[in-house]
Design a protein around this ligand. Structure first.
Ligand code: NAD
Length: 281
């Protein structure tokens, strides 16, 4: 069997086009504030991609860049100001922040209705109670991709590899809300290959290049690869794509799978935040 390749790049492009059509009908442009500190090269690329994609769909994106010695209080003061600015609908902080800064403190300062990355504790609670207006962009993008190949996720066994606050945990919550039976695995999980082998859906988000092998995969399973690791200048996912594609029913490539969806979902969340704020005025 050769797997269907899930083209995240194309799906994200269509999503951005649809979003641009909707935003074009709005009286004002939604506005996204991006806060970034330091000079991390990967972050710089991510920030630039977000700015470019936002502009393309008609979202005004303003970058607030601090040098790497910035005081936590300066970032928090900016977030307070943006929280009160009615022209700003979404606020994100590009992670990772320089080590002396407490990311959790900073993220908690963002007002919930502008937290378009959904990293605040209250957003996590809303997700697990299935009452969220939006959730973190990467897992939401993964769910969107899954729905392009599976019409009904109900009752399927999903194995999530990774339990981070920004990918693994929200991914598991989203799949549970879709009535999947979810197994969350992580670096201390025993017999990982055997557990993965029982999955109808595998979401790999552990940052271990090419870890998931074809022997781990049940024939026909849908495999979504969130991982991105650069080794000697080459990007690798967590799944050994070349061999797993011969067993899986559908699979995402790296790059060109989940990555473009993350940005598209962030923009979608910003638009949803804009609509909610507009309707509450
Ligand atoms: P993280 O380091 O915060 O968490 C990694 C998780 O994987 C942990 O829960 C850990 O227990 C688990 N893990 C590590 N080694 C493991 C192993 N050998 N077996 C099983 N589990 C293991 O990382 P993260 O922020 O969740 O990101 C995970 C990967 O996804 C990274 O490669 C990251 O670059 C990528 N990522 C991609 C996007 C995207 O848009 N495509 C977005 C976010 C993260």
């Amino acid at each position: 069997m050769t797997a269907r390749i899930i083209d995240g790049k194309e799906i994200a492009k269509k999503l951005r086009y649809e979003l641009a059509q909707k935003i074009d009908k709005e009286p004002v442009h939604p506005r996204l504030a991006v806060i970034w500190a330091g000079d991390n090269e990967a972050s710089q690329i991510y920030v630039r991609n977000k700015q470019k994609a936002a502009q393309e769909v008609g979202i005004d994106c303003e970058l607030f860049h601090f040098d790497k010695e910035v005081a936590e209080s300066d970032i928090i003061a900016l977030i307070h100001r943006l929280n009160h600015d009615q022209l700003v609908h979404g606020i994100i902080v590009q992670l990772p922040l320089p080590e002396h800064l407490n990311s959790k403190n900073i993220l908690e300062t963002i007002q919930a209705d502008k937290d378009v990355d959904a990293f605040k504790m209250v957003m996590t609670g809303a997700l697990w109670q299935n009452r969220a207006s939006w959730t973190s962009a990467t897992p939401e993008g993964v769910l969107y991709l899954l729905k392009t190949v599976i019409s009904d996720l109900s009752g399927m066994h999903a194995v999530v590899i990774g339990r981070s606050d920004i990918v693994g945990k929200p991914m598991s919550g989203l799949l549970l809300n879709e009535d999947c039976t979810v197994t969350i695995t992580h670096s201390k999980t025993k017999n990982l290959p055997e557990i993965v082998k029982t999955a109808d859906i595998v979401v790999a988000a552990c940052g271990q290049p090419k870890m998931v092998k074809k022997e781990w995969i049940k024939a026909g399973a849908v495999v979504i690869d969130v991982g991105i690791t650069k080794v000697d200048g080459v990007l690798y996912g967590d799944v050994d794509f070349e061999e797993v594609k011969n067993v899986a029913g559908a699979i995402t490539p790296v790059p060109g799978g989940v990555g473009p969806m993350t940005v598209a979902m962030l923009l979608k969340n910003t638009y949803t935040a804009y609509l909610k704020q507009k309707n509450s005025l």
